[in-house]
Every structure is written in C-alpha cells, then in structure tokens.
Ligand binder design. Structure first.
Ligand code: GLN
Length: 271
C-alpha cells in the first residue's frame, strides 16, 4: 500500500482526514507536508500495520488522544491514558478564571479536585510558579498520570489520592477548583464518550451528586475570602449557583466557554 492509499483507506472507514494525517505522521515520523509530496511511496510494513490497527480503533470511536497518547491543553502537552478524561478546551474557561484569582507573586494555596491528567493543576502551576498547587484524584491510575505529567513538564505539584477534600483534613486553601463528573446517568451523549472513564463523567441521576459533595465540603477547607470554582454542564449553572448560595458563598457568578455555554460557576467564602 502507498502513503496515498493509506489515506484513501482512512476515508473509506469514515476516519476524519486530519486524524488520518496525524496518525500516519506519527507512525512514519514525518510532517504533514512530507506526506502530501510522497503519496506514491510504499508504506513500510511495521508502520503500516500500526497505522491500520489505529485506524480501525479510531473508526470504532476511540478518541485520537488515546491513540497518540497525548493532548494539548492550555499550551502544555499532557500524556493521557484511558485512566484519565481527555482535557477539553471548555475547561480553559475554569483555568482563566482561576488565574485571575491567583496573585502572580506570592504563595497562594490552590487545590484541583479530580485532577485526572493534571490538566488544570499543571496549567496553574505553569502560569503561577510561586503558588502551592495540590492535585487530588480518587483514581490511583489518574494520579500517576498527573504526577508523570508534572515530572515531564518540570512543574511542582503535590499529588494526593482520595475523594474530593477528604485527603486534606485540617488544610485550608485560597482557591479550590474542580472539573468533576457532572453528566447525568443515562444521558444520551454517554455512548459517544464510552472510551473515557465513566467515573470521570457521570454523577448520579441529575449529574450533580459530586458537585453537591464538593460544595458541602469546601467551606471547611477555604480560608476566609477564598474561592470555589466549579465546571458544570451547560444547563446546570442555576442549580450550582443555588447550591453555593445555600452553603453561604457570596459573589456567586457564572462564566461562559468558547462555545458560549455557561460552563463554570463559583463563589467566595465570606471574609
Ligand atoms: N465536558 C465533558 C463532556 O461533556 C464532561 C466532563 C465532565 O464530566 N467533567 O464531554
């Protein structure tokens, strides 16, 4: 099979052209420009076998990031595995909001709950080297990926295994951030996400079980005047705002993602 034939084969399987280019470049160790000028070259056997196996997995809906093993988030290249949710551009809204609350100089105490690949914690650590960042995840597999990413990127993050704030008894923070699971069990979008860890996606019948836990646990772990910022589903802002107000949070507001959806809601513990 030629390079051009390999790309044509992706098309017949319904695999997106850009995805096919990226998979082919990875197995051949070449650039996309090279591909286009070498479409008559024969595919070497090893790379061809690897490419064909990836194509059939991609055609079956496996995300490109799991095949390639990494994903770009907030300018950082992060390793991702099936133990971790794939970072979404939507989550950059949460990172931008968090950065607006962390001083550029000074030792702010920040915790990222349900860190997964470490995306939020590492984006914050990269932009605010003086902050003390803790990353928590209930999954040992995910936490190992997050700490591996920290090492690869040379970023300093403390990792703790456990559920939400439970591994942080007696500790207080200036900022708590989380992109927890928030999809309702039985949501019609779930089949399309079947390759990602279900525990990182769903949270009870209305998707809010984990957000309720975090909002309830947070006041005891916030310094006076500290903030809690939560990512949530496009239709959950009113409920998340109400939960925060019920727990005594002030200055409750919502921010929108690049697609224009209300994506994060946060509030402040009274000073
Ligand atoms: N935003 C993700 C999605 O709907 C879900 C992430 C999450 O549950 N935290 O694809």
């Amino acid at each position: 099979m030629t390079v051009g034939g390999a790309l044509a084969h992706a098309h017949t399987l319904g695999v997106d052209r850009l995805d096919a280019h990226l998979l082919l470049c990875t197995v051949l160790g070449c650039t996309r420009t090279w591909l286009l000028s070498h479409d008559q070259d024969a595919m070497p056997e090893g790379p061809l076998a690897r490419y064909l196996s990836w194509l059939s997995r991609r055609a079956d809906g496996e995300p490109l990031a799991y095949l390639l093993g990494d994903k770009e988030f907030f300018g950082l290249t992060l390793k991702v595995t099936p133990d971790t949710l794939i970072p979404r551009p939507d989550t950059e809204t949460l990172v931008e909001w968090a950065l607006s609350l962390i001083p550029e100089a000074g030792p702010a105490r920040v915790v990222d709950l349900g860190t997964g690949s470490g995306a939020i914690a590492l984006a914050l650590a990269h932009a605010r080297p003086q902050a003390n960042i803790t990353a928590v995840d209930a999954s040992a597999g995910a936490l190992a990926v997050a700490l591996d990413n920290a090492r690869q990127l040379g970023l300093r993050v403390r990792g703790l295994q456990g559920s939400w704030l439970t591994p942080l008894a007696g500790e207080r923070f200036d900022l708590i951030v989380s992109n927890p699971p928030y999809i309702a069990e039985g949501d019609p979008h779930l089949p399309a996400l079947r390759h990602e860890p279900i525990t990182a996606l769903t949270s009870g019948p209305d998707g809010l079980d984990d957000i309720r836990l975090i909002v309830a646990q947070a006041p005891a772990h916030l310094a006076p005047g500290g903030w809690l910022l939560l990512e949530h589903g496009y239709n959950q802002a009113p409920e998340v705002g109400a939960l925060l107000r019920q727990q005594g949070f002030e200055e409750v507001s919502t921010r929108f993602d690049l697609g224009g959806q209300p994506r994060c809601t946060g509030g402040r513990r009274p000073a």
